[in-house]
Every structure is written in C-alpha cells, then in structure tokens.
Design a protein around this ligand. Structure first.
Ligand SMILES: NC(=O)c1ccc[n+]([C@@H]2O[C@H](COP(=O)([O-])OP(=O)(O)OC[C@H]3O[C@@H](n4cnc5c(N)ncnc54)[C@H](OP(=O)(O)O)[C@@H]3O)[C@@H](O)[C@H]2O)c1
Length: 259
C-alpha cells in the first residue's frame, strides 16, 4: 500500500497514537487525511496542516458507536482508500465485579464500533480501486490479564475479526493489517499506570515512534505489525513460547516489572 497520494481516514485522531498517525501520513505524502474525532474541536492544531491552500487535514465528527455518524462519515469521506481503525477504549477492573456498563462500553467501542466501521468503509475503499484497512489492536489481545477488565477480551475479539475480514476483503483488493502495540506514551497508558504502577516501569515507545513503525508496516504490506520493542518481544515469544507470553503479560500488571 502506497501512502504517497492515499486518501486516509484515522479514527480517534485527536490525541495519542491517532494524532501521531495523522502527522505521519502527512509527512509521507498522503493526499488528504480525514481526522475523525468524537469532538472535532479537539482537532485544533491538526486541521489545516499539510501543504496546499486549505491544508490536507479534514476534520470529521465521528463516534464509532453511533450508527448514523458512521454512515454519515462514509458519505463524507467517500474517496478514502486507507482506513485506520485506531479509536479504542480502556476500562480497568476485574470483570467479575466491575460495573457491566463499563464492560459493555469497551466491547461496543473496540469490537462492535470497529466492525461497524469495517462494514461502512469496505465498500468505500473497494469503490476507490482497493486499498488498505488497519486495525489497531494491542499485545493485550494475547493474554487474559485479570485487572484490565474487558480490554484484553475486546482486543482478542478484534484480532479474530481482523483475521476473518482479511480473507473476505483480499479478493476485493483490500489488504487488512493488524497492529499490536505494547506500551505507548499516551493518555491511555497514563490511565493504566494510575491503577497499576508496574506497567509504567516498562519502556514505553512514544506515540511518534509507534506511528512511524505502523506506517512502515503498512508500506511493507505486513499482515501483523508489532510497532515497539515490547511488542516485538511479545511477537518473538509467540513463536517460541506462547505460555511465556501469557505469563509476561499477566506479570506486567504486577510490580516489580522485569526490564
Ligand atoms: N497507549 C498504549 O499503550 C496502547 C497499547 C496498545 C494498544 N493501544 C491502542 O491504540 C489505540 C489508540 O490508543 P491511545 O493510546 O492513543 O489512546 P488514547 O490517547 O486514550 O486515545 C484514544 C482515542 O480513541 C478515541 N475514542 C474512544 N472512544 C471512541 C469512540 N466511541 N468513537 C470515536 N473515537 C473514540 C478517543 O477519543 P476522545 O478523545 O473523544 O476520548 C481518543 O481519540 C487504541 O485502540 C488502543 O487500544 C494503545
């Protein structure tokens, strides 16, 4: 997939990895980047960026759990040929006793919201001659860590969804890429560290570093992208010692960490 001249849409573009991805796409010559956010006012500083009179960043109001908003986005961004499903939600707690509202919100966002985006945008990308869809998952998909509530299950489900639609969409000229970040310095990681200080002791990548590795992976056509050193450690472990990876991820919750 060529990023040069691509028309891109990034969900959750107002902060964290999403915001860094928008900057990365601009640097690598994307023709236009639809920057989607629940509240477009939070896109200040991004809109108008990039060469050209009006800039190449187009703001888009989009809550991926809202069917009408997703349908409207597919109409408004009808020239997209590269979609990045980056938006995600975290809720800490133990699934046996945390409130079910939070559990539902995480599944509704990370799994159902992403599925809704896939259903709306696969025809758009296809109509534009094919392209790529990128789902930002997490290394958390590889272990049922008890204190991360519904998050690992939501990301494991997203991983399975990603694999399934890869098969469905390949004949339609759309490549589907799974991204498995480890710890990345964003609000989401800061929120996790508040609850589990041990996580913060692992070396985290910056959002810019993670975004650059994700773009490298897209350009290389990689099915799976592990965009930081911790993620690469998980990738290597999955090949040689899957049980060790499960232990590593569960132990990340506990202090003291091991690196
Ligand atoms: N940071 C990490 O360590 C890490 C590790 C592995 C995977 N990830 C994944 O990477 C992705 C980006 O995370 P991040 O670290 O950049 O987190 P972040 O700073 O918390 O940003 C999350 C983004 O998702 C958006 N979002 C949440 N619910 C949404 C919804 N219903 N509709 C549209 N947008 C929604 C947020 O919008 P608002 O500003 O409106 O809330 C925000 O833009 C997520 O999928 C996350 O699970 C992150």
């Amino acid at each position: 997939m060529r990023i040069q001249d691509a028309v891109v849409l990034v969900t959750g573009a107002n902060r964290g990895i999403g915001r860094a991805l928008v900057a990365g796409f601009l640097e690598r010559g994307a023709a236009r980047v639809h920057a989607a956010a629940r509240d477009p006012r939070t896109l200040e500083g991004l809109v108008g960026q990039g060469a050209g009179a009006a800039g190449r960043v187009v703001p888009l109001a989009l809550d991926i759990t809202d069917p009408a908003a997703v349908a409207a986005a597919a109409e408004a961004a009808s020239e997209v040929n590269l979609l990045v499903n980056n938006a995600g939600l975290h809720a800490m707690g133990h699934v046996l006793d945390m409130d079910l509202e939070s559990v539902e919100a995480v599944m509704r966002t990370n799994w159902l919201g992403t599925l809704r985006m896939l259903r709306a945008f696969a025809p758009v990308v296809e109509r534009n001659g094919g392209g790529a869809i990128v789902n930002v998952i997490s290394v958390g998909a590889f272990a049922g860590t008890p204190q991360l509530g519904p998050y690992p299950a939501s990301k494991a489900a997203l991983n399975m969804l990603t694999q399934a639609v890869r098969e469905d969409l390949a004949p339609r000229g759309i490549s589907v890429h799974a991204v498995f970040p480890g710890p990345v310095e964003t609000d989401m990681l800061r929120y996790a560290v508040e609850h589990l200080p041990g996580i913060g002791s692992y070396t985290a990548a910056t959002a810019d570093e993670a975004a650059a590795a994700i773009l490298d992976g897209i350009e290389a056509g990689a099915d799976e992208i592990f965009p930081d050193p911790f993620a690469e450690r998980v990738r290597d472990g999955l090949r040689t010692d899957p049980k060790g990876v499960e232990r590593l991820l569960i132990d990340v919750e506990k202090s003291p960490p091991r690196d």
